[in-house]
Write a protein that binds this ligand. Structure first.
Ligand SMILES: [Zn+2]
Length: 324
């Protein structure tokens, strides 16, 4: 994927392209922003752009360098992911061995690239020892190298690491823009694009991951069931935590829509736009206080779920929820 193909991140991408053009690239960058907004794609595009044989300040995706990087087969482009050197079960951490290897690699001349690139994913998972070792490298990275740290958790990064990187911020897309992208680039039906754009909170990567699940069918089955029998506690008990969380979130969205329609707010704000007719029909079945209560139950159940509270308590809570 080239810079040109990455959607909704014009600001960070223009900044990086301009830095390449002006030959003002820093030795180390920190890409910070929520999950699923394109940080990893941009890191790879940057690795391609600085090494592209076409000098277009982007990747051409045709030269041998671009093609090798795209396939993760370039000998000078390294990806460091938490757990990739794991043999003791600490699968979430970036260990000292990884950084020692980086240190050895970075001081060797590139095999064929103009710049060696090291992309460190989830940089908040560096151990203190790894962070210290990395710090020494960040102080003076070799001229023909580029280090890109990626993280969605700014508060968990070591301050010393942050201070040695040029920070590049990534933001979620405005919902309308994400919706339009899902329609035009990924050919989603407009009601599905609308629903996913809301659910993914402006994160294209999350929307695309959701698109390949049966979430749209699932949410409509849930709504049908809720309308006919209320929340089906027996069926809920069969779900795992993730399934339960998804169920509760979808239910929260449905209740929110009912509330919104009942309040007479703009229909453009309905998330389940494909169920608009039913929402309009059902809104008078519930009082505001019933809807309030139901939303409270759902958010409490979600909170219990986060706190690993016994599932039985969650179900007991949901039993009280209203019927259609
Ligand atoms: Zn190229």
């Amino acid at each position: 994927m080239s810079f040109e193909a990455i959607k909704g991140q014009d600001q960070p991408i223009n900044f990086l392209r301009e830095s390449i053009k002006q030959q003002q690239l820093a030795g180390a960058y920190l890409f910070i922003g929520p999950e699923g907004v394109g940080k990893a794609f941009t890191a790879k595009a940057l690795a391609k752009a600085v090494n592209c044989q076409e000098e277009s300040f982007d990747s051409c995706d045709k030269c041998s360098s671009c093609i090798k990087i795209e396939k993760n087969q370039h000998p000078d482009i390294h990806f460091i992911n938490p757990g990739s050197m794991d043999n003791q079960g600490d699968s979430e951490l970036i260990k000292i061995e990884e950084i020692r290897q980086l240190h050895r690699e970075i001081n060797l001349r590139p095999f064929e690239a103009k710049k060696k690139v090291f992309i460190i994913n989830n940089a908040h998972q560096l151990t203190a020892e790894s962070a210290n070792a990395l710090l020494k490298i960040l102080e003076e990275p070799p001229k023909n190298s580029l280090i890109i740290l990626i993280s969605s958790k700014f508060n968990r990064l070591f301050k010393t690491i942050i201070s040695r990187c040029r920070i590049v911020k990534f933001s979620p897309l405005p919902r309308k823009e994400l919706e339009a992208t899902l329609r035009s680039e990924y050919h989603l039906l407009s009601e599905q694009a609308h629903f996913l754009a809301y659910l993914a909170e402006g994160r294209l990567g999350s929307a695309l991951a959701l698109k390949d699940t049966n979430i749209f069918t699932e949410k409509n089955e849930l709504i049908d069931e809720f309308i006919s029998v209320g929340s089906n506690v027996d069926q809920l008990a069969a779900k795992d935590r993730e399934g339960l969380r998804r169920y509760l979130n979808l239910l929260a969205v449905w209740l929110r829509d009912l509330y919104l329609v009942k309040s007479g707010l703009s229909h453009a704000e309905i998330i389940n736009l494909d169920r608009k007719e039913q929402l309009l029909k059902l809104m008078s079945h519930y009082s505001y206080s019933e809807l309030d209560e139901a939303m409270k139950f759902v958010s409490q159940a979600l909170m219990y779920l986060e706190q690993n509270v016994n599932a039985k308590l969650i179900f007991a809570n949901l039993k009280g929820i209203l019927k259609g």
